[in-house]
Write a new protein. Structure first.
Length: 398
């Protein structure tokens, strides 16, 4: 009876823990696993060799769920790799329906919490639901954008409820705070907001990430929709025109988007759930020559990843980067007239203006179409994220 009472108390504690504890540290996780071993030894008879398995498997289902929800993805991967019973990832029989193990159930719960859709069947080439969901969760954790962004005079935030907030001031005649009632705004009036304040028109949207330049802003919803506002010159906002937007407006041609990025030279980018990369904005950029040597200004590619028709200076709506159609892009970064993209295979591509060797190709030759950075490929490392400054770049390994 004492054991039954103790288990009942443990269930109650687990429920309380689930409601109050946002996360566990590595040390606390280790302590929890040690307690799990002690509980198994105290309440259960010694397991025979045929029944031996993870001590986690012996816990009540609700307690097991709480423990798994507090573990990092890498710990879930360790458990899935060492305990087949917890993984339950055998091929589904015709009948009855395939059993979903605790690890897979937790990974599905995390995806649902983050507003991510899970396809009904495994994608081509994948043989395990747990492996597929682990990889997806790792990728999202590594690439998830911070819920804040800054421009020269304004800041954008996303709070824990997914609300979009802005503060700061509009620049010149460009509306960047998104608080206007309509796009019919007075260009002579500059709006200033002190504390971060919710954007009224976006209160019914759950935002997951934002991006901003000095001229425009992007916001990504949990449903994969992209909203833009600010300066519209060069098609920067992706709405098919060059008009300013004082109120966030959805880019209708984009859906199921998972990543967004903006650049300092009038460019924007987005990656959808299928790994397709889209860019829009200014196609070329004029670099200033050296006045002391009487070198004239010259035109360079701006890192959109494709060529436009002769005489066309900008892309008004999001356009797919066809040069990467055989790749699954998982991350993108836009620098000063150049772009970086990282793929699901861990390969990094770059294109645009190559001054200061910012493209990483070992030369000062600018390229229009994305090219693989061979120096990173030769390093035999898998890359998961990229970042771009004005004249330099970073790539993060797995």
């Amino acid at each position: 009876m004492a054991g039954v009472a103790a288990l009942a108390a443990l269930r109650a504690a687990a429920r309380e823990c689930q409601l109050t504890a946002p996360s566990f540290s590595d040390e606390q996780t280790a302590q929890g696993l040690a307690i799990t071993d002690a509980l198994r030894a105290h309440f259960l008879p010694p397991a025979s060799s045929a029944q031996a398995g993870s001590p986690l498997l012996q816990l009540p289902a609700e307690l097991l769920s709480v423990i798994l929800s507090r573990l990092e993805t890498r710990h879930l991967a360790f458990i899935a790799a060492t305990c087949r019973l917890l993984c339950c990832d055998a091929p589904a029989p015709p009948r009855p329906p395939r059993q979903i193990g605790p690890v897979e159930a937790e990974l599905r719960r995390r995806a649902e919490t983050r507003g991510l859709d899970i396809i009904p069947s495994l994608p081509e080439g994948a043989t395990s639901w747990v492996a597929y969901l682990l990889k997806r969760d790792c990728r999202n954790a590594q690439m998830r954008q911070a819920p804040l962004a800054v421009g020269q005079y304004h800041s954008i935030f996303v709070d824990k409820e997914g609300r979009l907030l802005t503060c700061g001031g509009d620049v010149s005649s460009t509306p960047l705070l998104g608080h206007a009632v309509t796009d019919d705004f007075d260009q002579n009036i500059r709006l200033t907001i002190g504390p971060p304040t919710p954007v009224p028109s976006m209160q019914d949207r759950r935002i997951v990430s934002v991006a901003s330049s000095d001229e425009h802003c992007l916001a990504l919803t949990a449903e994969g929709e992209v909203y833009s506002w600010g300066e519209g010159e060069y098609g920067l906002l992706g709405h098919g025109d060059v008009d300013k937007r004082a109120v966030p407006c959805r880019i209708e041609s984009l859906s199921r988007i998972e990543r967004i990025a903006v650049g300092p030279t009038w460019t924007s980018a987005a990656v959808d759930a299928d790994g397709r990369l889209f860019t829009w904005g200014r196609a070329s950029f004029f670099e200033a020559g050296d006045p002391f040597e009487e070198v004239e200004d010259f035109e360079v590619p701006n890192g959109l990843g494709y060529e436009l028709d002769a005489g066309t200076e900008y892309q008004l709506t999001p356009r797919r980067v066809d040069a990467l159609s055989q790749e699954r892009v998982v991350g993108v970064a836009l620098g000063h007239s150049f772009m970086l993209a990282v793929t699901d295979a861990g390969t990094v591509f770059s294109c645009g203006f190559c001054e200061h060797s910012r493209l990483g190709h070992g030369s000062l030759i600018s390229v229009v179409l994305p090219q693989r950075i061979e120096a990173l490929a030769e390093a035999k490392r898998r890359f998961v994220a990229v970042a771009a400054g004005d004249f330099h770049a970073f790539a993060l390994t797995e």
